[in-house]
Design a protein around this ligand. Structure first.
Ligand code: URA
Length: 226
């Protein structure tokens, strides 16, 4: 029997799994070669990045050097979300590359992942001058960008780094003391809040609870990923 190739574009990981099972069952009947392509999250993210690279939708564009879009695996099952770029991130265009970023890399590795296996982004894509707190209008302008990234990536779990990311995603005013240690759902995606790595660098006593949160995240991920 001649070789046939079928390209199938699918929207979600679940559909991809179903298609894979179906095709594997067909293989013995002569569908000898197949390529599976999830609708390309990488291409969608790249296009999206291009479309906001010169964003001027809020005042932060006046002082920023780079829109810090996000980095990592576009098809990651695990996503880490911080607050906003700092000086080093603004200079390089990459999230979490300063001292807090080095700690975040170690936190990711401590639960058995490599940094490039996960996806890292911030709620706010441009550095607030002097690292001041983002203003409500900056949050409402920028949050849809993060929402779209999450929609494209479809992670199994999100770790919200710090009170700002947790409150923004969960739309709550609760303090970190009541948020951490719990499992939330963000649009059907597991969400675990923990301390921001920059806060951990200043408050050593939070390292133990943060480690517990990371272990919790790993368990949730393992259960969800099967
Ligand atoms: N802090 C954040 O929240 N994000 C970064 O990218 C860097 C520091």
């Amino acid at each position: 029997m001649g070789e046939r190739t079928v390209d199938v574009n699918v929207e979600t990981k679940e559909t991809l799994a179903a298609v894979r099972t179906f095709i594997q069952a067909q293989a013995e009947f002569g569908l000898s070669e197949f390529r599976l392509a999830r609708t390309d999250a990488a291409a969608r993210l790249t296009d999206f990045h291009g479309s906001i690279r010169d964003c001027r939708m809020c005042g932060l564009c006046e002082s920023r050097r780079a829109v810090v879009f996000g980095s990592g695996n576009p098809e990651a099952d695990l996503m880490f979300v911080g607050e906003a770029p700092g000086a080093e991130e603004d200079r390089t265009g990459m999230p979490f590359v300063g001292p807090a970023g080095e700690l975040l890399t170690r936190m990711i590795e401590a639960i058995g992942f490599q940094r490039d296996e996960v996806y890292i982004a911030n709620v706010i894509k441009c550095r607030p001058p002097g690292n001041r707190d983002p203003k409500p209008e900056e949050v409402s302008t920028c949050k849809p960008f993060l929402e779209r990234q999450i929609e494209y990536i479809q992670p199994v779990a999100i770790c919200a780094l710090g009170l700002f990311a947790a409150r923004t995603l969960l739309e709550t005013d609760e303090p970190m003391s009541s948020l951490r240690g719990r499992l939330f759902s963000y649009r059907g995606i597991h969400l675990i809040p923990t301390y921001h790595p920059a806060a951990l660098l200043r408050n050593r006593q939070w390292k133990r609870p943060a480690w517990e949160d990371l272990q919790h995240l790993r368990r949730v991920y393992d259960n969800a990923a099967g």
